[in-house]
Design a protein around this ligand. Structure first.
Ligand code: ATP
Length: 359
């Protein structure tokens, strides 16, 4: 039996807005689940329904097989970290960490032991006497996380906890949260709009758009087997390149050249004769020059961005544009002609009408 079950969960706000449609998910004990999607897709609403901060309009939420729709937040044994740290400004770091336990009437010496242990895990030992205003953003975020993990709870919910931090702090906190999850083993649901956070932290990712779940899977699944154009474009950085093209006599026109799709060996493609397809390939899947078992193309280099570990190459051929990822020492000259190949095994095809993947 799953630890948490969300069955046909819907949220209709009092103004009639249908923010979440038929959300289904089973979460195992100890899993790290990430809800990801663009702003307004319903991820926070779903998290707040799990937390008990928002009513569930339709559907069932179960904890350990027991219906929890009507349980209050406390009864659900949930700890939550929000985007705003929500620390008590007049209390020291020690008191902020201890507060929840004090309310529960835990013994002072047990509290002290737990505060010290939590502070050690989070690198806050030297800051226990400070007030929140005398801390950096990253340190405040650690206190907020500490306040949540200090209580023994079954479920740990986080809503964009890193969004107030700078890029470097985000990377550090990302690995710290993963480490804390490993140590505490708490079932965690983490909301973000950042696909990199989702990919690096999650056991499984739930991709959402416009209130609908698009796909649920491991980072590996979502990257290699996206079910539709949205997921394919959302997961991966820079995003997958897409070219709309029509299938004629088993061939498509990409970047001004015609290619047979026969080597893909996908019999279903015969149903698409004369219809529009979306042809997709990832920036990092290309190979330099002309290659066997691949589609070879030539385009003009519009711009290059040297990032250190790789270079993004922006190319154009007529109306079509794409981004390619190459090794820094392979960076082409601006305005030059660039020849590259897309291995057949790296090609994705989608139905242009439904935007679903064609396998
Ligand atoms: P963000 O990353 O911007 O927080 P999100 O994916 O978490 O986005 P939600 O906050 O869950 O999105 O909001 C989902 C949709 O529901 C949005 O269109 C939002 O405007 C709407 N919404 C949120 N709260 C309410 C409310 N109280 N009444 C009506 N509509 C709401």
């Amino acid at each position: 039996m799953a630890y948490l079950t969300l069955k046909d969960i819907n949220k209709i706000y009092p103004n009639g807005f249908h923010a979440v449609h038929d959300f289904n998910l089973e979460i195992e004990k100890g899993e790290f689940i990430v809800f990801v999607g663009p702003s307004g897709c319903g991820k926070s609403t779903t998290l707040r329904m799990i937390a008990g901060l928002e009513d569930i309009s339709k559907g069932d939420f179960l904890i350990n097989g027991k219906r929890a729709n009507e349980m209050g937040p406390r009864e659900r044994q949930i700890a939550m970290v929000f985007q705003s740290y929500a620390l008590y400004p007049q209390m020291s770091v020690y008191d902020n960490l201890a507060y929840g336990l004090t309310l529960q009437g835990v013994d002072e010496d047990v509290i002290e032991e737990k505060v010290k242990k939590t502070a050690k895990i989070l690198g806050l030992t030297d800051y226990l006497d400070r007030l929140p205003r005398a801390l950096s953003g990253g340190q405040r975020q650690r206190v907020a996380v500490g306040r949540a993990i200090i209580r023994k709870v079954g479920i740990f919910l986080m809503d964009e906890p890193l969004s107030n931090l700078d890029a470097k702090q985000r990377v550090t906190m990302r690995s710290e949260i993963t480490q804390i999850h490993r140590e505490t083993g708490a079932t965690t649901i983490y909301v973000t709009h950042d696909q990199t956070e989702a990919m690096t932290m999650a056991d499984r990712i739930v991709v959402m758009k416009d209130g609908y779940v698009q796909q649920i899977g491991t980072p590996y699944d979502l990257y290699f087997n996206p079910v539709n154009v949205f997921v394919a474009g959302f997961i991966g950085e820079p995003p997958m390149n897409f070219v709309r093209t029509t299938l004629r006599d088993g061939c498509v026109r990409i970047f001004g050249s015609e290619f047979s799709l026969a080597p893909l060996n996908r019999p279903i493609l015969s149903n698409y004769e004369g219809r529009e397809l979306v042809f997709g390939f990832r920036p990092e899947s290309i190979v330099l020059g002309q290659q066997p078992n691949a589609i070879s193309l030539t385009a003009t280099v519009e711009l290059t961005e040297m990032l250190g570990d790789n270079t993004n190459v922006y190319i154009t051929a007529g109306e079509e544009k794409a981004i390619l990822k190459v090794e820094p020492h392979d960076t082409p000259e601006m305005d030059s002609e660039f020849t590259f190949s897309i291995p057949y095994e790296s090609i994705y095809l989608f139905d242009a009408e439904t935007e679903k993947v064609i396998k």
